[in-house]
Design a binder for this molecule. Structure first.
Ligand code: TRP
Length: 453
């Protein structure tokens, strides 16, 4: 294990490709493969996709670049970053918000990843065979409502996450991202080829690519924004934390663009793997969170080669979740290390235990504590909703205000001069978006979604 020094001697990613693998690994996760297809289904398909793409390009990309810049300039965890760059000001609480969001997100994230592991096991043991859609549905709900087994898989997943993060940046996070991301891409392409060669695949592609804007609601627009943040890992300092490990020669603007494109492509590839299959077997696409756990097993058991593709799919889901969960855990670990001044080992164990405990309550809120709700949401849904629809957009709002107004053009130019070559026009556009467009759009969508207007 590496010796563990507190800054200024910090970990750095060892290569450009390592930075991209790690950051894209963070971005590509359950958000792309579990959540994107199901919310696209719920909010009507292509219309939602187009709004989502708009948010990604206009708001997501500039905020990703901002996070990288804040991280690299400060060389610090998310709380320390704001404390360094804006001493003696309340900006540091934005960092604290990020740490809180990380704890909340990883708590429920680990639960879903645990379901995914269980579904690898179910696939291998051929448990979907000859089951009716109704039986598959009760199989899913009976499983997630159980008190022990889902918690067991959740903890197993958290241990895998911990095992990678505890080793550090270069030999842990970067190394595994470089192995797991290519694996993920190969699996998703195999699944895509299978899906588009099914009879009746066309209808699914139509659903994904031909927009019907009449289906779009204010709620759908808020979800598109929240999901843009969630999918790109924005708004809580994951990429501030990763940015703090990026070398000064790296072209941050290019990296941000590559990561954004990779994340978006993989979400679309996941949609292409799922919707043609769903439509080919005459299943409704708007089944919500159960889409990949109820609808897909039904698809797999009817599909030629389904046994094999089902194992591959849930393996894909688990791998994608793992490269993301390590990035979320690292936010909390970096914070503990640097603010509590403790070693990486201890910080990692502490963060994992804490998050796993909150996660156990998330898991139990599916069954045992189902009746305990707030605003009609159980604990799991509450954490999901608060973090994705409130904390991340708020975090994004503050990050854009921080760079656009507090930092200002001169410091942006200085930071981008290291490694990036953005034209003056692009820098102006970047600042303009961060000053006005991103905060304005986030505020409107946010309050509208909350029903304020
Ligand atoms: N982006 C990941 C996904 O799509 C999840 C994730 C990792 C995340 N880090 C994050 C979400 C930070 C929000 C904020 O599954």
């Amino acid at each position: 294990m590496k010796s563990d020094k507190i800054p200024p001697i910090r970990d750095v990613f060892s290569s450009k490709i390592g930075v991209i693998a790690a950051a894209a690994g963070s971005a590509v996760g359950l958000g792309n493969i579990w959540k994107f297809p199901y919310i696209t289904g719920v909010y009507g398909g292509a219309a939602f996709l187009f709004v989502y793409l708009g948010f990604i390009a206009l708001i997501g990309l500039p905020i990703m670049l901002s996070e990288f810049m804040i991280g690299r300039k400060s060389r610090s965890n998310v709380f320390g970053a704001f404390k360094n760059l804006a001493p003696n000001s309340p900006w540091k609480y934005v960092g604290l918000l990020g740490v809180a969001a990380a704890v909340m997100i990883l708590s429920f994230y680990g639960v879903i990843a645990g379901w995914s592991i269980d579904y690898i096991v179910k696939s291998i043991t051929d448990s979907f065979a000859a089951k009716s859609p109704g039986e598959l549905e009760s199989m899913f709900f009976q499983f997630i409502e159980r008190p022990i087994l889902p918690v067991f898989y959740q903890l197993f997943f958290m241990l895998m996450t911990m095992a990678i993060v505890i080793v550090g940046i270069k030999d842990g996070i970067e190394k595994y991202a470089k192995i797991l991301m290519p694996l993920l891409i190969v699996i998703i392409i195999v699944l895509d080829i299978r899906a588009v060669t099914l009879d009746g695949a066309k209808e699914g592609l139509n659903f994904l690519f031909h927009p019907d804007f009449s289906k779009l609601t204010a709620d759908g627009v808020l979800s598109a924004l929240g999901h843009a943040f969630f999918s790109l890992s924005l708004g809580m300092g994951t990429l501030i934390t990763y940015g703090s490990y990026i070398g000064n020669q790296n072209n941050l603007a290019k990296t941000a663009l590559q990561v954004t494109v990779a994340d978006t492509l993989i979400a679309i590839l996941a949609g292409i793997a799922i919707f043609p299959a769903v439509f080919a077997f005459g299943i409704e696409p708007d089944k919500g969170a159960g889409l990949v756990f109820i609808t897909l097993p039904n698809v797999f058991q009817q599909m030629p080669g389904g046994f094999f593709f089902s194992i591959l799919f849930f393996l894909l889901l688990t791998v994608a979740a793992l490269t993301s969960s390590i990035s979320i855990l690292e936010v909390v670990v970096a914070y503990f290390r640097e603010e509590l001044k403790i070693k990486r080992n201890l910080a990692t164990i502490l963060a994992t235990v804490m998050i796993s405990i909150v996660g156990i309550f998330c898991s139990l809120s599916m069954g045992l504590f189902k009746e305990q709700t707030l605003f009609g949401l159980n604990f799991f849904d509450l954490l999901d909703w608060i973090s994705a629809n409130m904390l991340l957009p708020l975090g994004g709002l503050f990050i854009s205000l921080f760079i656009g107004w507090y930092w200002g053009r001169k410091r942006v130019e200085e930071e981008l001069a290291k490694g990036s070559k953005l034209s003056r026009g692009l820098i102006s556009a970047f600042i303009f978006v961060l000053k006005f467009i991103a905060p304005g759009a986030i505020a409107i969508v946010f309050f509208n979604g909350l029903g304020v207007f």
